[in-house]
Design a protein around this ligand. Structure first.
Ligand SMILES: N[C@@H](CCC(=O)N[C@@H](CS)C(=O)NCC(=O)O)C(=O)O
Length: 213
């Protein structure tokens, strides 16, 4: 039974899976892609051309949610206070929604930052009526407000560190290293990040300094 994770240094999506593997002591080979974006040949593995991709016994698991499921399928129970499942049986819809919204916010943040890094500006009259990059930032910040209201005691679920906690912290810390966003001032999130960033699993997967052309 083999697990191989294709990842890019710094990718917050891949970092969620890498952190979960460390917390649960799952043996998983990590294959770092040197190119960004991933090369054309990687599109044969994931037609979306994105990481993470978890190869589990030769089968490609993507996007992130599916890679997380493939990893957690190898876990027997909670370890080091970290949940082994995404949703509590009695809060299934709420927990699933929290993770889906966090991952969608990650997509918005990435789209915003890519547009800025690419230096994209207007080439024609704006017939859409809004700036998609700015819209993605509005979406991300309003989502942070919404998530803040879903949290209690600096966590999404009581009694353990949830996948949702790890995912949100991974995106916030990505923004700290790749392009700061206005996340501070939200007490629940500050508490969450403060509690998680010192864990060994976070330290071992911290992004290296960013290399832009
Ligand atoms: N929705 C995707 C997002 C993954 C994603 O955006 N990965 C980034 C790295 S953080 C990537 O591979 N970007 C390359 C690209 O978009 O071409 C998922 O959940 O897996």
């Amino acid at each position: 039974m083999s697990l191989d994770l294709h990842y890019i240094d710094g990718s917050p999506f891949a970092r969620i899976v890498r952190i979960l593997a460390r917390e649960h002591g799952v043996v998983m080979r990590e294959i770092e892609l040197a190119e960004f974006p991933p090369s054309d040949s990687f599109l044969d593995i994931n037609p979306l051309g994105q990481v993470p991709v978890m190869m589990a016994d030769g089968v490609a698991h993507f996007p992130t949610r599916i890679a997380i499921d493939a990893l957690l399928a190898r876990v027997n129970g909670p370890a080091q206070g970290v949940a082994a499942t995404i949703a509590r049986p009695d809060h299934r819809t709420e927990d699933e929604q929290d993770l889906a919204v966090i991952l969608a916010m990650g997509d918005a943040l990435a789209a915003h930052h890519y547009a800025k890094w690419a230096g994209i500006g207007p080439v024609d009259r704006n017939r859409l009526g809004f700036d998609p990059a700015e819209r993605n930032m509005v979406r991300a910040l309003r989502t942070l407000d919404w998530l803040e209201r879903r949290m209690r005691n600096g966590a999404f679920q009581s009694g353990h560190v949830s996948v949702q906690d790890i995912a949100l912290a991974a995106f916030i810390l990505w923004s700290e290293s790749r392009g700061r966003i206005a996340w501070r001032g939200r007490a629940q999130m500050e508490r969450l990040v403060g509690a998680l960033e010192g864990r060994a699993s976070f330290a071992a997967t911290a992004p290296r300094p960013h290399q832009l052309k």
